[in-house]
Structures are given as structure tokens and as C-alpha cells.
Unconditional design. Structure first.
Length: 335
């Protein structure tokens, strides 16, 4: 179940200010475990997370840190290379500003400080050359807060925590993501979705599904790594009830849920995030396209709004091609 790190590990970072809920994550997380009740965990914004790792010379899925709201401080205990991705970094090293989306060399004794994200976006990611050295649990180093496993003792980071990295003697190659490949952030998002599996005409009426696409959905303050919840609104269904599954038309006999599924819990919609339930008895009216899921990780609870745009499988595949291009380190600038 638990697999220790291979290779020599060394202390690399001591947490001074852990922020809101900073966790160790890797990508794609704990895959293949849904039948046992585990969603994969991992970063809610896989684009920014993988890019940070590529910038410091790691594999894209190497363990790093997810930092919601951006506030974080740490001192370095060993020379290494770091990269911060996500919304505008507002980060300093020893009091001097450092750029985001760019590899930055650091030395033992350096102090990193990240301020609260003031503008659009919600999560930043910090990668360290060599990766964060925590044991694998069920094939992943990702923190699953709901289950209390993975990461550092299954919890968010706390003050005075010391993280280790795998010692590497690889030569430093500093890279920067060109502006043209960096995602843009906003407080009103358009997110691409595929219809169903429980859409019209069996669950939503045709008018109800059109309402779903036309509406502006406000992110609820209770959103987290389990799900992004939206303020409730009256939905138009194709049936009066769930029959034997329950009294509300969103009810159905239990079935599995997809990551990124948009769940209708009565008249409340929720995007299922990396720590959500794997199954249940409610309709999934649409599913976020794989290449667009990074946007879900940047939705600010209580502030941002969303409209959904339906795409077909061919269009979703085209979005995947664009994502792969953005994650090809050969397209990065060398410093």
C-alpha cells in the first residue's frame, strides 16, 4: 500500500507560513482506484502543475505543492531550482520579486514568500527540482484530505514542516514559458463541456438543457477540492420525479461519477473535483472536457462566475492537442 521513495533524499524546504490549505500533490494522482471508492486526488489545475515541474526539469507528474489563494512562506535548506505557476505570482526571494512561469535558482538559506492572489485565479503551484519526497500510497504521492492519506501524513502543510527532495546532480537548465503559451485568468469563465451522461431528453428537457448552457453560474463560497458548487436555480426537467430512485427528477439509481462531471443535486449543480465521491444517486448532466479541467482549479469560491459551452468529441480532442502543445517543454524558452 505504502511505497517509500527510491534514491537519496535531503531536506530542501521548511514551511514558515503554510497558507490556507497547501498540500503535496502529483499528477495524475491515484488512478485506477475509483472502483474502491477513491477519486484520484492530484492538482485541481493540472496544466499549471505540470508546467511548473517541466520548468525545473522534473517529469510533469512529479510531486509538488498546490497553494490555494497564494499565501505561502518557506526557507530553503538546500540549493535547488524552483518554479511558480498559476495566477500572477507576487512572489519574492529574500525580498526581491521573482517571475512566475519561469525557473529560478535558489540557495540554502533563501526565503520564499508568496502573497495572497489579489486578481483573477485561485491556485498557484510550486515545483522543486527533484520533486517532493513523500511515500507513495496506492501508487501516488497526492494528498487526499477527505481520506487522510498520501502527501505529508495525509494533511495540509503546517508551520515548521520540513519537506525533502530526491538528491539530483542533473545540470540546471533554466526555462521560461513564453507568454503565448501561458493561460489567461479571469473572474468570468467559459468552460467547455460534453453532454451527459444524464442530459436531455431523458433527464433534462430540451429547454432545460438550453437553460443550463445559457445561464451564468455563480461559484458558491463552500467550493473546495471536493467540488465547485454553484448557487441554486430552478432547472427544467423532462420528468416529474426520479420514480423508484427518489422524489426529485435529478434522482437515479446509484451509478459511477466521472471526474469533472457536473452533478445535479436537486437544483444545485456541482463540478466533481479530485476528492469527490466516486458514485451516487444523482444525475450528471454534463462533463468538463479533459483539456478544460484546469479552469475548474482556478475558480475563486464566492466570486467567480461560469458559463458552459458544449463541445463534441472531435472538438474535445482538438482541445487536447492544444494542451499537449502547451505542455511540450521543447516550446519553452531557454534562459
Amino acid at each position: 500500500m505504502t511505497k517509500p521513495m527510491s534514491g537519496k533524499t535531503i531536506p530542501v524546504l521548511e514551511v514558515i507560513e503554510p497558507g490556507l490549505q497547501t498540500t503535496v500533490q502529483d499528477y495524475p494522482g491515484r488512478v485506477g482506484m475509483q472502483s474502491m471508492g477513491f477519486f484520484p486526488a492530484g492538482p485541481v489545475d493540472p496544466l499549471a502543475f505540470q508546467t511548473a515541474n517541466l520548468l525545473v526539469g522534473n517529469r510533469a507528474g512529479t510531486a509538488g505543492l498546490e497553494i490555494p489563494q497564494g499565501r505561502f512562506q518557506a526557507s530553503f535548506l538546500h540549493d535547488c531550482t524552483i518554479a511558480i505557476t498559476g495566477p500572477d505570482a507576487d512572489a519574492t526571494l529574500n525580498g526581491e520579486p521573482i517571475p512566475g512561469w519561469e525557473a529560478v535558482p535558489v540557495a540554502a538559506g533563501d526565503l520564499l514568500a508568496c502573497g495572497i492572489i489579489a486578481g483573477p485565479g485561485y491556485r498557484r503551484y510550486l515545483a522543486i527540482s527533484g520533486g517532493i519526497a513523500v511515500p507513495e500510497v496506492f501508487g501516488s504521492r497526492s494528498t487526499f484530505l477527505v481520506a487522510g492519506l498520501g502527501g505529508l501524513d495525509g494533511r495540509a502543510l503546517e508551520q515548521a514542516d520540513v519537506l525533502e527532495t530526491v538528491e539530483t546532480r542533473e545540470p540546471r537548465v533554466l526555462r521560461r514559458v513564453p507568454t503565448s503559451l501561458r493561460p489567461s485568468y479571469t473572474d468570468h469563465w467559459e468552460i467547455e463541456v460534453l453532454r451527459g451522461p444524464h442530459a436531455d431528453p431523458d433527464f433534462f428537457s430540451e429547454e432545460g438543457y438550453r437553460d443550463f448552457l445559457d445561464a451564468v453560474w455563480r461559484c458558491d463560497l463552500s467550493s473546495d477540492r471536493v467540488g465547485v458548487r454553484f448557487n441554486p436555480r430552478r432547472l427544467r426537467w423532462a420528468r416529474a420525479s426520479g420514480d423508484i430512485a427518489g422524489g426529485h427528477p435529478s434522482n437515479l439509481l446509484d451509478s459511477s461519477y466521472p471526474l469533472g462531471g457536473i452533478l445535479a443535486y436537486g437544483d444545485v449543480l456541482t463540478i466533481l473535483c479530485p476528492e469527490a465521491n466516486t458514485s451516487g444517486g444523482f444525475a450528471v448532466v454534463a462533463t468538463v472536457a479533459h483539456a478544460s479541467f484546469w479552469k475548474v482549479g482556478q475558480l475563486r469560491p464566492g466570486r467567480d462566475s461560469v458559463t458552459f459551452r458544449e463541445v463534441d468529441l472531435a472538438q474535445a480532442a482538438g482541445l487536447d492537442d492544444r494542451l499537449e502543445h502547451a505542455l511540450d517543454a521543447r516550446n519553452f524558452d531557454r534562459l
